[in-house]
Design a protein around this ligand. Sequence first.
Ligand SMILES: *Cc1c(COP(=O)(O)O)cnc(C)c1O
Length: 374
Amino acid sequence: MIPQANPGAGYRALKAEIDGAVARALSSGWYILGNELRAFEAEFAAWLGVSSVIGCGNGTDAIALALRGLGVGAGATVVTVSHTAVATVAAIEMTGATPLLVDIDPVHYTMDPDALQSVLEQPPPGLPPIKAVVAVHLYGQPVDLDRIVPLCRRFNVALIEDCAQAHGARWHGQRVGTFGDAATFSFYPTKNLGALGDGGAVAVSDPALAEKIAALRQYGWHKHYISDEVGVNSRLDEIQAAILRAKLPHLDRHNDRRGEIAAAYTAALPECTLSPPVQRAGAGSVFHLYVTRSKQRDRFQADLKAAGIGTGIHYPMPVHLQPAYAGRVALGPSGCPETETASREILSLPMYPELSDADVETVCSALKTLLRHD
Ligand SMILES: *Cc1c(COP(=O)(O)O)cnc(C)c1O
């Protein structure tokens, strides 16, 4: 069976380096907020092209910390999409802010800039003022930053880039995570840069904001044991930081490998009725996921399973239809029809850098020969 994702293969491919990093962290005698984290924060900031990175417990906390750092919480509305990991919406509610979910563009699956513009121009009645937008670079594909950045500026709302699936993705050659007021990352094991446990980070280029977020992640302490404001406990531990330091130098090469695999799948797909993902002009996707689409999605999934190929659905139920949010979460005036259709038709093929050429060939020949549903 070729799985859809395979974090164990990621560990085995770099076992000596990762084991060495873990041993170093364990021997150091310091396990929380120490040298490994400081070094990782500096190395990740340099790689990304921002002045500061603040490690935290996971990618959900990263979004909440970024919002709180920017002064967004209770009494504010935050616009994002329903077609995302539920984490994005959960993080907004963690701050006390009200999420407002808008539809996606059906070709690229990211926030529809027209839907964003319409709620900024005419906010739905009864909601607190819109103070921020969380733009999700979903599947490794940048949102349309040419439209979204100027809209946020014009309406004076903060822009947070949710880069949990887009470490290294580029927009007109520049890495995403450097366009907004803050960017957030997850290092969940299956992400493009994955720890072997939970981890996350916020990236900013404003030193005062960096200091505020660093305090918020640890009880609001600017000085030890003195809370100047109410914070949380969300720290990236030394073992995970050491593992991330071992993996970071391989990230660009891993993303290139994802691109090669994606190109092979796309070359195999025109012979079947599963549509390949489409890259937006100006976007350099890092293919966190390779997401195809078909009205016959369930049949394709069953056929691929029978051929020994694992697939996934990201995500099977839009956030606004999930029991915890249905009937309660605010939607834009036209709802999210494209999100609802996409969730019934999308299918993610195996995608991780350690897929061998032989595995890729197995998937491609299954795509070419098995799949002829119309
Ligand atoms: C994974 C993910 C998150 C949350 O990250 P965790 O580390 O699991 O908390 C947030 N947003 C998106 C788009 C994600 O894919």
